[in-house]
Design a protein around this ligand. Structure first.
Ligand code: BES
Ligand code: ZN
Ligand code: ZN
Length: 482
């Protein structure tokens, strides 16, 4: 599919996105383009009672959508526009057409957001389907958006799809080695240095968390470092991104208990997927920033030598951890990566992880839980705003010292579970122990994947959450530098 900013005389279908609260007005803004259709609009709308409508006039090669949006809330407005675009994608995907031209008519259409929703909705994970239902649409002309805006959107969409592809891939085809290899391939494509540590190197570095979680596995762990260092970078010290790469989480010996709790655990590397997607975007768009990604990768299984409740392990920085539940494995592998990040003197480290069911229960699919340390203060506003702008929204939970009591172990420096309450907070605080730099933790357990379709976010399956957020965050940071 290609998206062009050139107009076209001869497309199979013209799409008009109209944004007006009243049907009479909608008819009026359509009138200069197609008077016949404009006349019919009020009658058609009267028939349906819906406010948002999509009318298709096959004989005139025209499809009109009216989405008023939410003029009181700019972020929700953009979101409604994305959803409107996604709805039109669904219509067009069924039609036997090759080319369309999209225009907005009248005031108030956020065409960029609309097209983003349209494009993000086009995602399919059908590589394992024998019968592929591929739309015939090949070219979309959007003359009201310039080539630069479309290029930006290209990379954001490709990066989001990459993250979804990685996350949707089952364990049988995306085990530890395969995910590390994918990071390598992505790096080669866009010019990022990628280093993969094997088990021996991981042992030499004393990554007791990653090695511990990996103990029950048939396959060795991997630690991937992706370095993007353009000339003329605006930052001296790099941004560091850390992604949880648990390619399958069975819970280990603390085997996941309830009926369906393991069904979707191929997505437990959604944090790593988002980080790889974000790196792909940053390098693909050649952003003038140094970014390093750290990906601890393993599966979490109850093999013969599996990590055992009561075990005490020693992490990269020497911290000892009493493991009381092997299903709290994400924090163990992230701890090593975060401790390692200290050697990189990061300006800011952001970790993304499908870390806790507690985060999912707290905000459901609509929000990412943030915990952060004091040093991250200068970056929080940009991060939260980026969340609203992309609608990958962020909720900050308190990082109050009192909660830290819950992580105290009787016989080691820390234990890996905090107790029945405030699970997303104590998980975050466990991670914080391994940081000495500005740090933001994003628990994406809620929005990373879902069991049913959710407009342009896709599904059932992965959403690629985190990619658009980070893309916007970096853009924001860059825009403050001049
Ligand atoms: N990968 C899970 C968290 C998760 C659960 C993500 C559901 C997405 C959906 C994580 O490794 C885990 O099992 N966490 C435990 C921690 C607990 C044992 C302290 C949890 O949240 O139940
Ligand atoms: Zn787990
Ligand atoms: Zn997990």
């Amino acid at each position: 599919m290609q998206y062009l900013s050139s107009p076209s005389e001869s497309v199979d279908l013209r799409v008009m996105v109209v944004s007006t609260p009243s049907v009479a007005e909608a008819a009026e803004v359509v009138a200069p383009v197609d008077a016949v259709v404009a006349e019919r609009l009020p009658a058609l709308v009267a028939e349906s009672k819906q406010r948002q409508f999509v009318w298709h006039f096959p004989e005139r090669g025209l499809l009109i959508q009216n989405e008023y949006g939410d003029r009181d809330d700019p972020h929700r407005h953009a979101e409604l526009m994305r959803k409107a675009g996604a709805a039109v994608w669904d219509r067009l995907a069924e039609l036997p057409i090759q080319s369309v031209e999209v225009r907005s008519i009248g005031e108030g259409v956020d065409l960029y957001a609309w097209l983003e929703g349209f494009r993000l909705r086009s995602y399919r994970f059908d590589k394992y389907r024998s019968q592929k239902q591929r739309p015939t649409l090949g070219t979309v002309h959007v003359p009201q958006l310039d080539a630069e805006a479309l290029d930006e959107m290209d990379w954001v969409v490709k990066a989001n799809f990459l993250a979804r592809d990685l996350s949707n891939e089952p364990y049988i085809t995306l085990n530890t080695a395969a995910l590390a290899q994918r990071a390598c391939d992505v790096g080669r494509e866009v010019g990022i240095d990628v280093e993969i540590w094997d088990k021996q190197r991981i042992e030499e570095e004393g990554f007791g968390g990653l090695l511990g979680v990996n103990k029950g596995s048939e396959y060795p762990p991997a630690f991937v470092i992706m370095r993007y260092e353009p000339q003329h970078a605006l930052n001296e010290q790099p941004f560091v991104l850390v992604g949880k790469g648990v390619v399958f989480d069975t819970g280990g010996l603390s085997l996941k208990p309830t009926k369906n709790s393991m069904d979707q655990m191929k997505h437990d590397m959604g944090g790593a997927a988002a980080v790889i997607g974000a790196m792909y975007y940053v390098a693909g768009r050649k952003l003038p920033i140094k970014v390093t990604a750290l990906l601890p990768i393993t599966d979490n299984r109850p093999g013969h030598d599996a990590l055992t409740p009561c075990d005490i392990i020693r992490m990269h920085d020497g911290t000892t951890v009493e493991v009381l539940n092997t299903d709290a494995e994400g924090r163990l592998i992230l701890a090593d990566a975060l401790a390692y990040a200290k050697h990189l003197s990061p300006m800011l480290t952001i970790d993304l992880a499908t870390l806790t069911g507690a985060a999912m229960r707290a905000v459901g699919p609509h929000g990412t839980v943030m915990i952060r340390n004091k040093g991250a203060e200068p970056y929080v506003d940009d991060m939260v705003r980026s969340g609203f702008e992309t609608y990958e929204r962020i909720v900050e939970l308190p990082n109050w010292p009192e909660y830290r009591e819950m992580l105290k172990s009787d016989i080691a420096d820390l234990k890996n579970i905090g107790g029945p309450n405030a699970g997303a907070i104590t998980a975050g605080q466990f991670l914080e122990h391994f940081t000495d730099y500005p740090w933001i933790h994003l628990d994406i357990a809620g929005p990373a994947f879902g069991g049913k379709a959710d407009s342009y976010r896709g599904g059932p399956g992965a959403s690629g959450v985190g990619v658009r957020l980070l893309a916007r965050f970096f853009q924001r940071w860059i825009s403050h530098q001049s």
